[in-house]
Design a binder for this molecule. Structure first.
Ligand code: PLP
Length: 400
């Protein structure tokens, strides 16, 4: 089948909840993908940070293959030999005390919401059914009905109600608004340390420290959604590490599965996650042997610090190159995670990603911004290739 036939098939037989670029990929290695015509593309999206270690990192593929030949699934009715080690190693890497394994990022966030509510009733003494969770405007925490109940994006919400009650939305980055929104019934504050889908929005300096303080002052849990910001993307294992702030619970996912399979978790305080008792929460695939084996290999890669350092150093280079480009109004983000605000009057929107694809670079645009979040294995010269392509597209010129 050629690429047009593949696209026609997807169009006819799949739900239309995405609008992919007209590129049909069949192979990937490191920071590169190849399409069915043999054309190579530099990956500047990295599966929304699920591919922090690049496509088919040899250590991750080896761990998956080895586990595939031993044991793939047990269900949590039984123990298996990857489970305890995975939980311990992930907790030790992140300086947390307990792990609740899950699959998708949304599932981890949902689980954190449930834990926070149960904690509020059992420990904080909130009257049953009255727990509140304070969240930020422009958040992105996933696509389940409860999670979209506190989205502020009409596209994510409209005609999907009725919604789950118990959430209060305050502006992101405004500590005073957050403090004012907390009541005696507040179980938790749920935030992204950097808002990914909102456009890689970094909060004002000191904000996350203040959030921690407010939570301490009011006996409220701080739940950090690090599904996208975590696991080396920003140049630290967790984005909150940059501020020296600890959350009570973290949701992690995406890169935890090494780009091979979905792996997520709630990690954090043992006395908080410990409110869950047998039968109260579960997941058929959560913590399965394949997921744990790949997750352990991911933790081993992160334990070297190499990827965090690459993100810091190459991220500084990426940001400096992007901000010097003609046609760029602003560059936001941290580490190898950038959102480029395209200057008014320049090509913006989908035609930017399409023109980039023609130049061998795959990227995601959103209105007048361009997301640049390559796999952390990207090299300096590959960054140059990507930035030169962006320069070419924004400049409107053609360079072969
Ligand atoms: C992607 C994302 C999620 C949802 O993860 P899924 O695996 O798609 O369910 C949750 N929170 C944040 C911050 C994300 O970026």
């Amino acid at each position: 089948m050629n690429d047009q036939e593949h696209i026609a098939l997807a169009d006819r037989w799949s739900a239309h909840n995405y609008h992919p670029l007209p590129v049909v990929l069949s192979h990937g290695a490191g920071a590169w993908m190849t399409d069915v015509n043999g054309r190579r593309y530099l990956d500047l999206l990295a599966g929304y940070s699920a591919l922090n270690f690049g496509h088919r990192h040899p250590a991750l593929v080896a761990a998956a293959k080895e586990q595939l030949d031993r044991l793939t699934l047990t269900g949590r009715a039984f123990h298996h030999d990857q489970f305890g080690p995975f939980c311990r190693e992930l907790a030790e890497l992140t300086g947390t005390e307990m792990v609740l394994p899950a699959n998708s990022g949304a599932e981890a966030v949902e689980s954190a919401v449930k834990i926070a509510r149960k904690w509020a009733y059992q420990v904080k003494g909130v009257p049953e059914g009255a727990a509140e969770i304070v969240v930020a405007g422009d958040n992105f925490h996933g696509r389940t009905t409860t999670i979209i109940s506190f989205s502020t994006d009409p596209e994510a919400r409209d005609e999907f109600g009725p919604f789950t009650p118990g959430f209060t939305v305050v502006p992101y980055g405004d500590a005073e608004a957050l403090r004012a929104a907390i009541t005696g019934n507040t179980a938790a504050v749920l935030l992204e340390p950097i808002q990914g889908e909102a456009g890689v929005v970094v909060p004002p300096k000191g904000y996350l420290t203040e959030v921690r303080q407010i939570c301490d002052d009011t006996n409220t849990l701080f739940v950090a959604d690090e599904v996208q910001s975590g696991l080396a993307r920003t140049g630290a294992t967790l984005a909150l590490d940059h501020e020296g702030v600890r959350a009570d619970l973290y949701a992690v996912g995406k890169a935890l599965g090494g780009g091979i399979l979905p792996v997520s978790a709630v990690i954090g305080r043992a006395d908080v996650i410990g409110v869950l008792k047998p039968g109260e929460h579960g997941s058929t695939f959560g913590g399965n042997p394949m997921a744990c084996a790949v997750g352990r290999a991911v933790v081993r890669l992160l334990a070297t610090g190499e990827f965090q350092e690459r993100s810091r150093e190459l991220g500084a280079y990426l940001h400096s190159r992007l901000s010097e480009l003609d046609g760029v109004a602003e560059v936001r983000g941290r580490g190898l995670w950038a959102s480029v605000e395209i200057a008014e009057g320049r090509t913006a929107g989908r035609s930017v990603s399409e023109a980039l694809a023609e130049r061998g670079v795959l990227c995601k645009e959103f209105h007048s911004t361009l997301r640049v979040a390559p796999p952390l294995v990207i090299t300096r010269s590959e960054i140059d290739f990507g930035v030169d392509a962006i320069a070419g597209v924004l400049g409107g010129g053609h360079r072969g």
